[in-house]
Design a protein around this ligand. Structure first.
Ligand SMILES: NC(=O)C1=CN([C@@H]2O[C@H](COP(=O)(O)OP(=O)(O)OC[C@H]3O[C@@H](n4cnc5c(N)ncnc54)[C@H](OP(=O)(O)O)[C@@H]3O)[C@@H](O)[C@H]2O)C=CC1
Ligand SMILES: CC(=O)N[C@@H](CCC(=O)OP(=O)(O)O)C(=O)O
Length: 317
C-alpha cells in the first residue's frame, strides 16, 4: 500500500466514462475514491452498479459548491458538454490547487488548460493542474495523422464509425439500439466538434465524417491522406514505428485493425497503411475503445503523470 494516497472525486459518475473510471481508480495504489456524484443514483451503493466494486461507497448528488467543499486532491468531471464551468469556478474559489481533469470538450480549445493526449503532447505539460482530456474520435484521428503531418498535400479525410456508448446515456437516436439495428447512422458530417479539435491540435485542416453503429463500444477511423511526395509503404510504416514503438498504448499493426478486437482494451491500434500505386495516397485505419483510450484510460494516464506516478499505473496493459 502506498503511504501518500490522494483523494479523488468523480462528477457524472453514473455515466459510461464515469463507470470505467470508478473501476480504474478502485484498483489504483495511490488514488482513493472520496466521492462519486450522480443525481439519479443519489444514495445508492456503487457496488450495486459497478461489477467487481467491493467498497461501501454510495453515490451522492453534489452541486458545484458541495463538490468543492469535499476538498478532494483530484476532481474528474465526466459531465455532458457545456456543464463543467460551474464546477471549475467553485473549485477555483475554494481549493485552486485541486487537480481537475475534464472529459468533455469544454476546455479543449483553452490555452490555459493542458490538452492531454500523452503520445503526442506529453512534452507540453508544464505542471498545469487543469487538464482537458481529448475526444475519442479526435484521439484516433490525431494518432493516424501526426506522423505524416509534414507531408500533407490536402486535408486528411477521416471516416469514423463509433459504437453507441459514444453517445452517452441521455436518450437520442444515436444510442437507441432499435433505431441502430441493421443500421449505420451518419451525423454531423461537416463541422463535428472533433473535426475542429483535431484540426486545431494538429495545426492542419482535417475533414471528418462520423457515423454510429449498432455495437456498444469501440470506434474505427479510416483516414485518407494525400501526400506532397511519393512514399513507399515501408517509409510510411517506418514513420509510424518511429513515432509509437516506445508507446504502450499506441500500437502499430501491419494489417488494418478490427474494432471487434479493441473493445475493453486500453490501447489504440493504428494500421493498414495501404499506399496507392503512385505512392502519393495513403489509407490508415485506427481503432480504440471510446470509453477507455478514448476517455477513461487516457484520463488515467494524464492524472498519473500529474500526481507524479508512472503514467501506466493501474492501467492493465
Ligand atoms: N462516451 C464516450 O465514448 C466519451 C465521452 N466523452 C465525454 O465524457 C463526458 C461524459 O460522457 P459519458 O460518460 O458518455 O456521458 P453519460 O451521458 O453516460 O453520463 C453523463 C453523466 O453526467 C451526469 N449529468 C448529466 N447532466 C448533468 C448536469 N447538468 N449536472 C450534473 N450532472 C449531470 C449524469 O448523471 P446524473 O444524471 O445521474 O447526475 C451522468 O453521470 C462527456 O462530456 C463526453 O463528451 C469523451 C470521450 C468519449
Ligand atoms: C457516437 C457519438 O455520438 N459520439 C460522440 C463523440 C464522443 C464524445 O463524447 O466526444 P466529446 O467528448 O467530444 O463530446 C459524438 O459524436 O458527439
Amino acid at each position: 500500500m502506498h503511504t501518500n494516497r490522494k483523494t479523488v472525486g468523480i462528477v457524472g459518475a453514473r455515466g459510461h466514462t464515469g463507470m470505467e473510471l470508478i473501476r480504474l481508480i478502485a484498483a489504483h495504489p495511490v488514488l482513493q475514491l472520496a466521492f462519486v456524484s450522480s443525481r439519479e443514483l443519489d444514495g445508492q451503493r456503487v457496488a450495486d452498479h459497478v461489477d467487481g466494486f467491493a467498497d461501501e461507497l454510495r453515490y451522492a448528488s453534489l452541486d458545484p459548491a458541495a463538490v468543492a467543499a469535499q476538498g478532494a486532491d483530484v476532481v474528474i468531471l465526466a459531465l455532458p458538454n457545456g456543464k463543467a464551468a460551474p464546477f471549475v469556478e467553485a473549485i477555483d474559489a475554494a481549493k485552486p490547487d485541486t487537480l481537475i481533469l475534464d472529459l468533455s470538450a469544454d476546455y479543449r480549445f483553452d490555452p490555459s488548460w493542458y490538452y492531454g493526449l500523452p503520445e503526442l503532447t506529453r512534452g507540453q505539460w508544464r505542471g498545469e493542474k487543469r487538464i482537458s482530456n481529448p475526444g475519442c474520435y479526435a484521439t484516433a484521428m490525431q494518432l493516424s495523422i501526426a506522423p505524416l503531418r509534414d507531408l500533407l498535400a490536402a486535408p486528411p479525410v477521416c471516416f469514423g464509425v463509433s459504437g453507441y456508448s459514444g453517445a452517452g446515456t441521455t436518450p437520442s437516436d444515436k444510442n437507441d439500439p432499435e433505431k441502430l439495428r441493421d443500421n449505420l447512422m451518419p451525423y454531423a458530417l461537416t463541422g463535428h466538434m472533433h473535426e475542429k479539435e483535431a484540426s486545431f491540435r494538429l495545426g492542419v485542416p482535417v475533414e471528418f465524417m462520423p457515423h454510429v453503429a449498432p455495437h456498444f463500444r469501440g470506434l474505427t477511423v479510416t483516414t485518407n491522406l494525400y501526400l506532397t511526395r511519393p512514399l513507399k509503404r515501408e517509409d510510411v510504416l517506418q514513420r509510424f514505428h518511429a513515432a509509437y514503438d516506445g508507446e504502450k498504448l499506441a500500437i502499430v499493426t501491419d494489417e488494418a485493425p478490427w474494432v471487434s478486437r479493441i473493445a475493453h482494451r486500453h490501447h489504440a491500434e493504428v494500421g493498414g497503411f495501404a499506399v496507392s500505386a503512385d505512392g502519393k495516397r495513403v489509407v490508415i485505419v485506427a481503432t480504440l475503445d471510446n470509453l477507455l483510450k478514448g476517455a477513461a484510460t487516457q484520463a488515467m494516464q494524464n492524472i498519473n503523470r500529474a500526481i507524479g506516478v508512472d503514467e501506466y499505473t493501474a492501467i492493465p496493459l
